[in-house]
Structure formats: C-alpha cells, structure tokens
Write a protein that binds this ligand. Structure first.
Ligand SMILES: Cc1cc2nc3c(=O)[nH]c(=O)nc-3n(C[C@H](O)[C@H](O)[C@H](O)COP(=O)(O)O)c2cc1C
Length: 335
C-alpha cells in the first residue's frame, strides 16, 4: 500500500520524506550531482566553517560550489559566532543557497574544542543567538541539525529544538546519539519522540537508517516527518533516490545489478577526478570505492587493492572487471 508521507518546508514546499545528510569529505559536488539524478529532495553540502567561508579559503568555496543541474542547493554552516554565521549565511544566499542548515551536531574533537558543532548544545543561549542571527540575516528557510545532547545526563534536543523553532527555524534534524557516543551503539529513534512533543516544525530523524524498513520504523518510533540518510549512501549516491521511491511505493529498496553499480561507480570516480584534480580526486575517491565494493562478498580485499592504487587507468580497469569476479548469486547488500 503506497504511503502518502511528505515533508513540507516553508519557502520551499513539499519534498520527499528523505534527505541526504551533510557529510564532510563525501557530499561534495560530484556526489550531490549523482544523488540528484534519481532524487528530487534535499541534498546538503558538506559542513562549511562560516569563518573560512568569509575568508574565502579555496576549500570552503569549493564546498559551496553548486552545479547548474543541482536544484535546491542547501548549505550547512558551522561556527559559534552569531555575527560570523549571519555573514556566512548572506554569502551562501548570494551563492544561490535555497536553505541554510546550522550544525549543532558535529562531535569531532577539533570542532568541539573550538566550542563549535555539538559543543553549542551545552550553551542554549548561544544556540538561540546563532539561530536568530542566521534567520534574521537571510530570506531563506533555516534548519538546525543536532544530536540528542552532549551526553546521556544532558539530553536537551527537545529544548534546543523548541528554542530554535521560537527563533524562526523551520526544520530540525536529530541524530539519535549523544556527542559522547560518537558513532557507538545504535541510534535511539524512540528518544527523538520527546523532540516531536516539544515542537511543531518539520522534524527529521537521523542515524543508522539504510533501508525503507529502517526508515518506516525510525519515523514511527520518533514521530518524525522524514528521515536523513548518511553512511548508507557512501559509495552509492543512487541509494537515496531508491529509498525515496521504495517509501513512496510501500516496498523495499531494489538492488541494482553489480555491473550497473560498477558503471555508476566508474562515472563517480571520473567526476571526482575532474572536479578535484587527479591527485586529490584519487585520494578522496578511496572511501567511496571501499564502501561500494565492501558491500559485495569478497569485495573488501579488492576494494583495498583499488583504494591503494594511484593509477586511475588501473583503478578503472579493476572496477570494470569486478562484476566478473563475483559468483552468480553474489548480490550487493541493501544496508
Ligand atoms: C564521514 C562523515 C562526515 C560527516 N560530516 C558531517 C557534516 O559535515 N555535517 C553534519 O552535520 N554531520 C556530518 N556527519 C554526520 C552525518 O550527517 C549523520 O548525522 C551521521 O552519519 C548519522 O547518520 P547515518 O547513520 O545515516 O550515517 C558526518 C558523518 C560522517 C560519517
């Protein structure tokens, strides 16, 4: 039975109930373009430090670059200074962003030691100032991405979400882990139900969602309107569109044939080399290759071999040959 679920965002309208996560080092322009080929929802940029964006560093500007075929550019900003975040939001709007997301969830030491990312959840007044500053700076929808809290004894996502809503945010995404969990254990989708009770804005559940079954359970347990997909799209940007179609039809994600997956992986590899340059592109493509191949039985070893190779033509030949090395029943795993 098809499900009529969708996400509605003021200033944008109705969207599929699936979002592609901001992923540093992964959701670059080639990745987003491939996601968008089969998916018409929100696809976030990598996290961009507001300060670096204003300084115009090459890396941050490359992250904020959108392709003409990318509709709905959505930029995620990180930083703890409201005025800087406001200026970075204005610049993002000038660069074509249609939505600005604020990062209150990054657990990485370097970021939280600078008191950014999830460290902001420990200072609710600061969190409000940042959301207010960004909302007032741009005439665009503003969303916030957070974790459940800093640790189990300070789960304050419901309060931060409520304050963000009051400050004018139109959507919050909650990753069902605390900062001190990093990626340990399982995401607690049920804990996000307390956020649902606290706010009426659009709510997105995130963490460990790979299949349509996961997505339905996560939305049912949390009461969220939509799911956000991160690691399940590593090495297969087309998975997000497949998951959105499965949710729409009431079915499960259909797995592609290995040869088709490898064709798309090859295209992704070439797009990365073109966008980042051969040296950097080769390095950045490694994690996509490893993840893509590791989903097949015996693919780990081949993935490692390919990932350690700096010779693009040899990498391409290996990827092309890969399906022939699989025994007939070897299928890619959904999760
Ligand atoms: C390699 C990597 C990079 C990430 N980069 C970002 C980021 O730039 N901004 C952000 O808000 N979250 C970032 N995250 C967190 C994800 O967006 C997501 O919240 C988390 O991976 C849980 O979802 P998943 O289980 O679907 O992957 C990153 C996660 C990973 C693994």
């Amino acid at each position: 039975m098809p499900e009529a679920s969708s996400l509605s965002i003021d200033g944008i309208g109705s969207l599929p109930p699936v979002l592609t996560a901001p992923l540093s080092g992964v959701s670059d322009l080639p990745f987003r373009r491939l996601v968008r080929r089969s998916f018409n929802g929100l696809v976030f940029s990598e996290m961009i430090a507001g300060k670096e964006m204003l300084q115009g560093t090459a890396t941050s500007l490359r992250m904020a670059l959108f392709a003409p075929d990318e509709s709905l550019p959505a930029i995620q900003l990180a930083g703890r200074e409201p005025a800087v975040m406001a200026d970075a939001a204005r610049l993002s709007a000038d660069l074509g962003a249609r939505l600005i997301d604020i990062n209150f969830g990054c657990p990485v030491k370097k970021v939280v030691n600078g008191l950014g990312g999830s460290a902001i959840m420990r200072d609710e007044a600061l969190a409000v100032s940042i959301v207010e500053a960004v909302v007032n700076a741009v005439n665009l929808p503003v969303s916030v991405k957070m974790r459940l809290g800093w640790d189990r004894s300070s789960v304050n996502a419901p309060e931060i979400a409520r304050l963000s809503e009051q400050a004018g945010a139109v959507m919050v995404t909650v990753h069902g882990r605390t900062r001190d969990q990093f990626y340990d254990g399982r995401a607690d989708w049920r804990a996000i139900a307390a956020v649902r009770e606290a706010v009426s804005l659009s709510l997105v559940v995130n963490g460990d969602i790979a299949t349509a079954g996961d997505a339905r359970r996560a939305m049912a347990l949390s009461g969220a309107d939509a799911v956000m997909i991160g690691r399940a799209a590593f090495g297969r940007p087309w998975h997000v569109g497949a998951l959105a179609r499965a949710l729409e039809s009431g079915g499960e994600v259909e797995l592609a044939e290995p040869s088709l997956e490898m064709e798309l992986l090859l295209e992704h590899y070439d797009m990365m080399l073109e966008f980042h340059g051969e040296r950097r592109g080769c390095r950045l493509a490694r994690k996509h290759l490893l993840h893509a191949l590791a989903r097949y039985p015996g693919g780990d070893a081949v993935g490692r071999m390919i990932a350690n190779c700096d010779e693009p033509e040899a990498v391409r030949a290996r990827i092309r040959d890969f399906p022939d090395t699989l025994s007939p029943p070897s299928r890619v795993r959904a999760a």
